[in-house]
Design a protein around this ligand. Structure first.
Ligand code: PEP
Ligand code: MG
Length: 540
């Protein structure tokens, strides 16, 4: 029996057989070659084959997990054409007269280490991608098959780390849980796990040589632990706990279609957060009353040019139509800080979280902003869309936004393009916005509190820095007082106020939010029914 702990990305308990995904560790031999040109032709052929495979993966991902997750395969296709990467492989073949497999593997390792050592979190995350494409090239060169997990029985996937292409190739019905040695809470695996309610543990210090496919394990991410080769007692105990969890799940399902109302009659809206059009399925499946935060910047990520007005219009329209009259709050782009996009040419900053990002980019580069606004105003004809502006710090900014929106409206009117003026609100995620929320409330239709950023700016604690986890405390008195203040100021002006940061899903605070008078909570789809249960049992 081997008991290990890790960080829970999504909580749940499962037991079953283990499937160990080894790294592509079939050792690659260095051999001397005599014809460098012939080796380079082999690399190029393997590259063409890889591009075709990636296109297939992109199409599959688009259907199954949506645009934002699929985009990574476009990035891989682009990486395969990167001149620095290809030159490094070609040079090694020519100067060292080595076989293509070896040159690709070594170059892949070097580039991946280089990315891993970078300051920027986005670039760091590319280390796994470069490994992924190098492994693919080596597989193509050696004629090995692409990983196939389709014949596998439902299993607990244990891996060093999971690359996006490994994750998306898996048949979701066959995954009981994820357990990985590495990975961050923002990795694709983590995002998928949360969206699909799959228990997942990361940062588990397991030696993959000590475990094997087929052995039994219990993953209890509620407790943050995994037990390989459990004793009969532990297995029986887990079985009992799983039944209890299943019973809880069944009870939650019975709350579908029910109101979010307390015993004393107080109502609250429970909406869901999404990042792509295809996430709407999870919103409906979990019976959320609407979408309280559509992070539209995901439409801009993982591509090499701006999405056109038409592309954006189609995406917003589709979400609005699918939600059939339910509220859909679309946030204008929040690029910058951890969400970097090459074609924005934002440049390096010492303090990106406090830098050129979100509404600041939109106000400085109004053409980008106007394209998005036109798409939003046009899509508003097809459903119940609201627009929300991120990272606001002042009344002046809101006035500037209003002037730009008026220009866009005038243009649409003049060209006789159908549009509707949606409800418009702002995110309260800076201490400055909190302090002037009395004045801001007069200018906008609603507030949505972004507790993720509000916590980092109020406590001066970088939300991305793992070492500061113990200091990042959204329960801090300062934050709770701010929530109260913002709610009071919104209500004085007759405006509604919601929370769309992660704190909104904190079940320990649901009753406190009800007491404060918060009107809406927007949370991960999988949290909607859990909050509804607490609301319905509350006396507040
Ligand atoms: C927030 O800051 O709380 C928020 C919801 O926005 P994001 O997490 O996208 O920065
Ligand atoms: Mg934010």
């Amino acid at each position: 029996m081997l008991k290990l702990s890790g960080k829970a990305v999504y909580k749940g308990i499962v037991m079953g057989p283990v499937a160990v995904l080894g790294k592509d560790d079939q050792s690659i031999k260095r051999t001397k070659i005599t014809d460098a040109d012939a080796e380079i032709v082999r690399v190029d052929k393997a590259g063409e084959q890889a591009k075709a495979q990636l296109q297939k993966l992109y199409d599959k991902a688009l259907k199954e997990v949506g645009e934002s997750s699929a985009a990574i395969f476009e990035v891989h296709q682009m990486m395969l054409e990167d001149e620095d990467y290809l030159d490094a492989i070609h040079n090694m073949i020519r100067t060292e007269m080595v076989n293509a497999e070896y040159a690709v593997a070594v170059t892949g390792d070097n580039f991946s280490e280089m990315f891993a050592g970078m300051d920027n979190d986005y670039m760091k995350a590319r280390a796994a991608d470069i490994k992924d494409i190098s492994n693919r090239l080596v597989r193509n060169l050696t004629g090995r098959e692409d990983m196939s997990l389709t014949d596998m029985e439902p299993s607990i996937i244990v891996a060093d780390d999971l690359s996006p292409s490994e994750t998306v190739q898996m048949d979701k019905e066959k995954i009981l849980a994820f357990v990985t040695v590495h990975g961050s809470t923002n990795s694709h695996t983590a995002i998928l796990a949360r969206m699909m309610n799959i228990p997942a543990l990361i940062g588990v210090e397991v030696d993959l040589n000590e475990i094997h496919t087929g052995m039994k394990a219990v993953v209890d991410s509620l407790k943050g632990e995994v037990i390989f080769d459990p004793s009969e007692d532990i297995y029986a105990e887990a079985e009992k706990k799983i039944q209890e969890e299943q019973e809880k799940y069944r009870l939650l399902q019975s709350l579908k279609g029910k109101e979010n109302v307390t015993r004393s009659g107080r109502k609250i809206h429970i909406f869901a957060n999404i990042g792509s059009v295809s996430d709407v399925g999870y919103v409906l499946e979990n019976d959320a009353g609407g979408i309280g935060l559509f992070r539209s910047e995901f439409l801009y990520l993982g591509r090499d040019d701006f999405p056109t007005e038409e592309e954006q219009f189609q995406a917003y329209k589709q979400v609005a139509q699918t939600m059939a009259g339910k509220k859909v709050v679309i946030r204008t782009l929040d690029i910058g800080a951890d969400k970097q996009v090459d074609y924005f040419h934002l440049g390096r900053e010492d303090n990106p979280a406090m830098g050129y990002r979100a509404i600041r980019i939109c106000l400085k580069q109004p053409d980008i902003f106007k394209t998005q606004l036109r798409a939003l105003l046009r899509a508003a004809v097809y459903g119940n869309i609201s627009i929300m502006y991120p990272m606001i710090i002042s009344v002046e900014e809101v006035r500037q936004i209003q002037a730009i929106v008026s220009e866009v409206e005038a243009e649409l009117k003049e060209k006789e393009i159908p549009y509707k003026m949606p409800e418009q609100g702002i995110m309260i995620e800076t201490p400055a916005a909190v302090m002037v929320s009395d004045e801001l409330a007069e200018l906008v239709d609603f507030f949505s509190i972004g507790t993720n950023d509000l916590t980092q700016y109020t406590l001066a604690v970088d939300r991305q820095n793992e070492r500061l986890d113990d200091f990042y405390n959204p329960h801090h008195k300062a934050i709770l007082r701010m929530l109260r203040m913002v709610t009071e100021n919104a209500h004085k002006c007759g405006k509604w106020v919601g929370i769309c940061g992660e704190l909104g899903a904190d079940l320990e605070l649901t009753e406190e939010f009800l007491r404060m008078g918060i009107d809406e909570l927007s949370v991960a789809p999988s949290m909607v029914l859990k909050i509804r249960k607490i609301v319905r049992e509350s006396e507040v």
